[in-house]
Design a protein around this ligand. Structure first.
Ligand code: F6P
Length: 548
């Protein structure tokens, strides 16, 4: 497929003009002029209501964004990905995380071979392992039933499972899950302090099985365990591994029956659907894991078959392109009104920023347009009392994705009503703002003198006109979570197509790793090396202080 140059495309030129024209129109006047606006700019699909009417768009903009998607070859790209083409060209790999959630009856071919039976063979082993552990059939070295699972991994081998497990643990049954990722020993120490070696299962998760952080934590956890247990033989009972590098797992010393593989056509940050999700299955139960996959599969089907105008991932992606490239908004806030989704923004940071945070286009030349925005966020309402001031009155416009659920997840039903009132109020406030006249009237009603009013009024005005979308699901369930994650995965992919970057590699994280390998022996005291004056100053200070 020929590389797509966003800014020289015909639709981009028209979108640039439309964005200029839209500048003088306030979002609230778009609502005032059209009673049908919410109907026009929303998609109701299988338990999810996607409301994008508070984006700064009109029908012409949407039509042009759809045109842009067509011009960029989005339809062809979707088919190329789903049908196992090696679209991750810099690593020479296919991208088939969708095959991980394919039904047994489906066929997904890679190099002429249907991979679905392999996927279901591993799923079958995971199910059996999960059943044996949760039923108590497989026990710890002293004969006790397992109570805790510790997932040792980082990046895609941590963030997805940790996010999902946190989101579903309260509504499901399984082991208590812990996640150790950082090479800061404090992370491992804090988890080891909470668990009993007799009843704890460790899963070492690393696609490559070469990641420094994970190997350091896995070795330390193994040493801790051996010291507490009756000997090295107990490792076979308490340690499992998930990897594509089975040789390295063997060298680490994990019993083959406890090793779960996956394939190089699964990107790390897209891997929670594979055996990387073993800690999800163990902490939430097998049924929940299956429903998670089913939710993602449902979204895959929608993504692959719905026309662009009513295709939630495509529209989400194209609205993001509109905001990033035609309105110059450089970040996107992800605000779930759900405490269970407290790790969702962190998860999405890797999924999105490691995929599309790239300035080199598919032709190897620097792109001339902006690519991935900064992704960040925290759950509401906590975020309201932290950074929402900047969202409302900061000098930069930051679009927001609100994520909310109609059904409460706790028995505190009144809390949920309050939570939703806050969620809806925030998008309304960002959109409408508060005019100088409204402020003046309120201050007058509060009894302030004219002089007092004049003094304080400017600070109380909100310009509004700040865009947001709301993803309103019926309920937080394994299925709806699967839908949500798959939705964002597909959004990221489409944006990569439009931005003409390779979304499935991550060369940008390599340099730091390489340099850390060079610095480590110096810090360990054995080697000398040349650095810039800042780096060498930091090293000297570290060595000087740590020697004392
Ligand atoms: O940080 C880069 C990265 O390769 C991520 O893409 C990946 O999710 C993470 O490291 C962990 O890699 P692995 O699963 O191979 O340990």
């Amino acid at each position: 497929m020929k590389p797509f140059d966003l800014l020289s495309s015909a639709s981009a030129k028209r979108l640039t003009a439309l964005s200029e024209a839209m500048k003088s129109t306030h979002l609230k006047s778009l609502f005032a002029e059209d009673a049908e606006r919410n109907n026009k700019f929303s998609i109701d699909h299988n338990g999810l209501f996607f409301d994008f009417s508070k984006q700064k768009i009109n029908e012409e903009v949407v039509a042009e964004l759809v045109e842009l998607a067509k011009e960029a070859g989005v339809a062809e790209s979707i088919e190329a990905q789903f049908s196992g083409e090696k679209i991750n060209q810099t690593e020479g790999r296919a991208v088939l995380h969708t095959a991980l959630r394919a039904a047994k009856s489906e066929e997904v071919r890679f190099e002429g071979v249907n991979v679905v039976p392999f996927v279901h063979e591993v799923l079958g082993r995971m199910e059996e392992f999960t059943r044996a552990i949760l039923s108590g059939e497989r026990k710890g070295y002293t004969g006790k039933t397992f109570t805790d699972v510790v997932n040792i991994g980082i990046g895609g081998s941590d963030l997805g499972p940790a996010m999902v497990s946190k989101a579903l643990e309260a509504s499901t049954n399984g082991l208590k899950a812990h996640f150790v990722s950082n090479v800061d020993g404090a992370d491992l120490a804090s988890v080891l302090n909470q668990v009993n070696p007799e009843t704890t299962l460790f899963i070492v998760v690393s696609k490559t099985f070469t990641t420094q952080e994970t190997l350091a934590n896995a070795e330390a956890a193994k040493a801790w365990f051996i010291e507490k247990a009756t000997g090295e033989a107990d490792v076979a009972i308490h340690f499992a591994a998930v990897s594509t590098n089975l040789d390295a797992v063997g060298i680490f010393g994990i019993a083959a029956s406890n090793v779960f593989g996956f394939w190089d056509w699964v990107g790390g940050r897209y891997s929670l659907w594979s055996s990387v999700g073993l800690s999800i299955a163990l902490s939430c139960g097998w049924k929940a894991f299956e429903e998670l996959l089913a939710g993602a599969r449902e979204m895959d089907h929608h993504f692959r078959t719905a026309s662009f105008e009513v295709n939630i991932p495509v529209m989400t992606a194209m609205l993001g392109v509109w905001n990033r490239n035609f309105n110059n908004y450089s970040s996107l806030a992800i605000i779930p009104y759900s405490q269970e989704l407290s790790r969702f923004a962190a998860y999405l940071q890797q999924a999105d920023m490691e995929s599309n945070g790239k300035y080199v286009g598919r032709d190897g030349a620097k792109v001339s347009h902006q690519t991935g925005p900064v992704i960040w966020g925290e759950p509401g309402t906590n975020g309201q009392h932290a950074f929402f001031q900047l969202l409302h009155q900061g000098t930069e416009v930051i679009p927001v994705d609100f994520i909310a659920y109609i059904q409460p997840t706790s028995s505190f039903k009144d809390h949920h009503t309050k939570l939703m009132a806050n969620c809806f109020a925030q998008s309304e406030a960002l959109m409408n703002g508060k005019s100088a006249q409204q402020v003046a009237e309120q201050l007058e009603a509060a009894g302030l003198t004219e002089e007092e009013r004049a003094k304080v009024a400017p600070f109380k005005v909100f310009e509004g006109d700040r865009p947001s979308s709301t993803l309103l699901f019926n309920e937080l369930s394994p299925k709806s979570l699967g839908q949500l994650i798959a939705l964002y995965e597909h959004k990221i992919f489409i944006q990569g197509v439009v931005w003409n970057v390779f979304s499935y590699d991550q060369w940008g994280v390599e340099l730091g790793k390489e340099l850390a390998k060079r610095i480590l022996p110096v810090l360990e005291g054995g080697q000398k090396s040349e650095f810039d004056s800042s780096t060498s100053g930091l090293i000297h200070r570290f060595l000087g202080s740590s020697e004392k």
